[in-house]
Design a protein around this ligand. Structure first.
Ligand SMILES: NC(=O)c1ccc[n+]([C@@H]2O[C@H](COP(=O)([O-])OP(=O)(O)OC[C@H]3O[C@@H](n4cnc5c(N)ncnc54)[C@H](O)[C@@H]3O)[C@@H](O)[C@H]2O)c1
Length: 316
């Protein structure tokens, strides 16, 4: 079922920056009547309103300064249920909670953050069950973004919680360099898709959609084209990039009954192999300035392509 955003009004907590701001912009672009930004940071909020009024009528945007952790100022999902719930005289609606990919897989450099995101998933899925939906008419959906470039992500880069994890900086750099990054606009688009099409209790995970989805299709194709093969072992050979090795992808491989073929990483960036790294560095040291200039110049059209694709993956 498609739920139209036309004429609807939305409230976005943390809407002054990063993902929240990306959500407000995409939700208004999708036809919402009005958006209220609830944020603790008034200065950023005013800048956000200024930016949004370049594209949308000022009357469509309201800024409310509030701390969402203070019960006397805000009550999150529970407040939404109280005001929108049909059982409380409301009209029903939808609540989208922003979790993280780290609510679906381990977070080696962020155990506590990961735990809070597992909480968000459990809480939203539980309130998203048919029992609650039938009562309240409020769909509860969780969006699990991957690494997104925002003010928060740059704060994480400076994080210094070494007292918890002695190797924090090295592990963070390794994880950071190997992780695909997206722009907040993408999360805004995912939130719009979730509002329009998401079932109550569902978890939206872009990586699952883009990477794990083809795996059952591979199984169907093997069944069709190589009858009998599935009853023998199927070894699945795939790239080693982090999104392919995510928990959801590995679960899809397991569910398809495939065995994963362990292999070394193709790219020295992923391998972190000292021998390969020093051979590559030696080779690079032998190259002329012209070689590097050409490489840097070739990046320009990729940057442009990446901007046009709103930060999506650019292969060439
Ligand atoms: N950036 C990422 O890589 C990433 C990935 C997955 C999930 N997330 C999640 O997305 C959400 C937003 O993250 P972001 O990266 O956009 O962060 P951000 O810091 O860029 O923006 C957060 C906004 O929330 C506001 N805020 C903070 N505390 C508040 C409070 N108590 N009351 C009201 N407003 C408050 C801030 O002022 C800011 O405007 C977070 O829940 C984060 O865990 C982020």
């Amino acid at each position: 079922m498609m739920h139209d955003l036309d004429g609807k009004s939305v409230l976005v907590t943390g809407g002054a920056n990063g993902i929240g701001f990306g959500c407000v912009r995409e939700i208004l672009s999708a036809g919402a009547r009005a958006a209220t930004i609830v944020d603790i940071d008034e200065e950023s909020g005013e800048l956000a309103v200024k930016e949004l009024t370049k594209e949308f009528e000022k009357s469509k945007i309201l800024l409310v300064k509030a701390d969402v952790t203070k019960k006397d100022q805000f009550e999150g999902t529970l407040l939404g249920l109280q005001y929108m719930g049909k059982d409380k005289g409301g009209k029903g609606g939808v609540i989208v909670n922003i979790s993280s990919i780290l609510g679906l897989q381990e977070g080696v450099v962020s155990p506590v953050y990961s735990a809070t995101k597992y909480f968000v998933n459990g809480f939203s899925r539980s309130f998203g069950t048919p029992y609650h939906y039938d009562r309240t008419g409020v769909r509860i959906i969780t969006v699990c973004p991957g690494f997104t470039v925002t003010p928060l992500s740059s704060l994480l880069e400076q994080s210094d919680a070494n007292f918890l994890i002695p190797d924090l900086r090295r592990l963070f750099n390794k994880k950071f360099n190997n992780t695909a990054k997206q722009l907040a606009k993408k999360v805004g688009e995912d939130v719009v898709t979730s509002i329009q099409k998401g079932e109550t209790g569902s978890i939206f995970n872009r990586w699952k959609v883009s990477v794990a989805k083809p795996i059952p299709k591979v199984r169907d194709a093997i069944k069709e084209k190589r009858g009998g093969k599935l009853t023998h072992d199927v070894l699945f050979h795939q790239d080693n990039a982090p999104s392919y090795k995510s928990y959801v992808t590995m679960a899809a491989i397991y569910n398809a009954g495939f065995e994963i073929l362990e292999q070394p990483s193709y790219s020295p960036d992923l391998a972190h192999d000292e021998e390969v790294m020093s051979a590559v560095n030696e080779w690079l040291a032998d190259q002329s300035k012209k070689f590097f200039l050409k490489g840097i110049q070739a990046l320009q059209h990729r940057y442009e392509k990446c901007i046009n694709l709103s930060g999506d993956f650019v292969e060439r």
